[in-house]
Design a protein around this ligand. Structure first.
Ligand code: NAD
Length: 541
């Protein structure tokens, strides 16, 4: 668990209660009958609020902008309008940046122990509202109940972990060696100013919370732009921060297209730092364009094409379950999803048989609100098209479908974006489906002669996010860890071959085209990235 237990000598009543409640993680996905009841109740409450009109939030107040709105429909059923949000403009983005600039000096001057208080309160509020937030997540992005509850839990844990990091490091102020009598030197990490935070839709609460909390715990102020696929979760996070007492201007929400609101944040001279999580093309654009006249910090966390390796020394049952869970959890729409597996020839047949069995047994497709559903819809029409194109390319490229490959039609599925989990074998190992991030439930299986070959193929990728291996041979595991080019690695994990990061337990960040800083989110080197060092030399006499 995060070091909060060690650091906080006297936890608040609320957080002690909250940490007792919280047991659902991506590894356990354990839900109690009480959770089910509360979730079902929350779904009905949220259902009554669907289709509402929401506002942006600037300088502690609702901000409507031009009045133009974007409706968002549910991927479960496009007849359901989830929300209407303002179509923010460049002017709205600038108003939010002005507010964040105005609030910066006061916020950064607050002693860090005081600054952490409203953030920890926000974590407690998120936990208190976990069922309602999970229900919104189902309607808005189609995430199933266990994964939604785990994500809400992760969001709260992220805030707590980052707060703990500030305390563990005593506000990042360190006395250095004295240069001489009557003199002292100090190193202090200080915030930059205004950070733009641009988030994707697939972890609409946890990633937004992690990035914004990282910026705020370190004394920066924030302009936050959620994805247009998940603005309600962005709005609900805003409400939690406001209720927790984050002062006006410290956190601002602007909704709207990446091409205008996002672009303005990227181009503004008044934005001092940029943090982005999303696709590689957009992230690389930001990375190159953000700092024009002088260097400014830019953190971009991007996509993945995450391999799993199954050697002849693997526990095949464990490997098959781990790969299925990582490939089809949230419909392959995780940056950490396993989308290619390299299996040694000797165990290939046994492995693919188990892979099919586990897919059949675990991956029930359906409405994500229903308790039994593992695989809800993919996010939008574009994702269905990506899936269809991949299926066509697999067929044309000589691939064999071991499982799925089609849209799901019929009762209850007519107006949603439902597809079968797909597993393809026999494609050439150079095929684009071994290279391109698809972000849909689509797994390709490659047959290899050795671990060396599997590693070479794993590393032959523009991405370097997650990788997993199944082998009972310690030397094979060492070779894997030493040579695989990935920021997040796993061995013999049944709960997920390439998935399962958790604050303070398993940090998460990419190498190569998957991430720009080499420092991971959820881990001990994260919050430092939002600060710069000031070295102080004081002569006291
Ligand atoms: P995306 O790149 O399409 O959008 C991400 C955000 O960028 C959205 O808010 C979008 O509006 C904004 N945006 C788009 N164009 C912009 C522009 N020109 N300027 C500024 N902002 C712009 O990604 P997505 O579809 O929301 O998310 C899926 C992607 O995110 C996948 O590639 C996935 O692997 C990646 N991802 C990575 C991580 C990680 O930690 N590495 C985590 C989650 C998702």
């Amino acid at each position: 668990m995060p070091s909060s237990r060690k650091v906080k000598k006297k936890p608040t009543k609320a957080s002690a209660k909250a940490s007792k409640i919280l047991r659902i993680t991506y590894a356990t996905l354990r839900i109690t009958p009480e959770d089910d009841l509360a979730y079902d109740h929350a779904v009905e409450q949220v259902r009554a609020r669907l289709g509402g009109h929401f506002a942006m939030y600037v300088n502690g107040e609702k901000w409507v902008g031009t009045g133009e709105e974007i409706p968002h429909t549910s991927p479960i059923n496009t007849d359901i309008t989830v929300s209407h949000f303002p179509k923010g403009t460049r002017d709205d983005a600038n108003a939010a940046v002005d507010a964040a600039q105005e609030a910066y000096t006061k916020w950064s001057d607050i002693p860090y122990k005081e600054r952490l208080k409203p953030l920890r309160r926000a974590a407690d509020i998120i936990v208190e509202r976990r069922y309602e937030l999970s229900a919104w997540m189902a309607f808005e992005v189609g995430k199933n109940r266990a994964e939604s509850l785990a994500e809400v839990n992760e969001a709260a844990e992220l805030i707590r972990y980052y707060c703990d990091q500030i305390e563990v490091n005593r506000g990042f102020l360190r006395q250095l060696e004295s240069p001489g009598p009557g003199q002292e030197t100090v190193s202090v990490l200080r915030p930059y100013g205004v950070w733009a935070v641009i988030a994707p839709w697939n972890f609409p609460l946890a990633l937004s919370t992690g990035m914004t909390a990282g910026a705020m715990v370190t004394g920066n102020t924030v302009v936050f732009k959620p994805s247009s696929e998940s603005p309600v979760l962005g709005y609900e996070l805003t409400r939690a921060y406001a209720k927790a007492g984050i002062p006006p201007g410290v956190f601002n929400l602007v909704t709207g297209p990446g091409a205008t609101v996002g672009a303005e944040l990227q181009e503004s001279d008044d934005v001092d730092g940029m943090i982005f999580t999303g696709s590689k093309p957009v992230g690389i654009g930001l990375y190159h364009n953000f700092a024009k006249d002088y260097p400014k910090p830019v953190i971009t966390e991007m996509g993945g094409k995450n391999p799993a390796i199954v050697t002849s020394k693997a526990d095949i049952d464990q490997a098959a379950e781990g790969v299925v869970r990582a490939a089809f959890g949230f419909g392959g729409q995780k940056c950490s999803a396993c989308s290619r597996v390299y299996v040694e020839q000797k165990v290939k047949e046994k492995f693919t048989t188990a892979l099919k069995d586990y897919t059949k047994k675990l991956v029930k497709v359906g409405d994500p609100i229903e308790k039994e559903t593992f695989l809800g819809p993919v996010i939008n029409k574009g994702a269905v098209e990506t899936y269809e194109q991949a299926a066509a390319d697999a067929r044309n490229g000589g691939g064999t479908f071991l499982y799925g490959g089609n849209q799901v039609k019929g009762d209850g599925f007519e107006n949603g974006y439902f597809v079968e989990p797909a597993i393809v074998d026999n494609l050439p190992l150079t095929h684009r489906l071994f290279k391109d991030e698809l972000f849909v439930p689509f797994l390709v299986v490659g047959t290899v002669g050795s671990l060396d070959e599997a590693l070479e193929l794993s590393n032959d990728s523009e991405y370097g996010l997650c990788a997993g291996i199944y082998s009972k041979d310690k030397r094979e595991l060492e070779t894997f860890f030493d040579r695989v080019e990935a920021g997040v690695t796993y061995a013999n994990r049944r709960a997920g071959a390439t998935t399962g990061a958790w604050p303070g337990i398993n940090s998460f960040g990419g190498w190569k085209g998957s991430g720009s800083t080499g420092k991971s989110g959820l881990g001990p080197y994260y919050v430092q990235q939002f600060m710069r060092e000031q070295s102080r030399w004081i002569v006291n006499k």
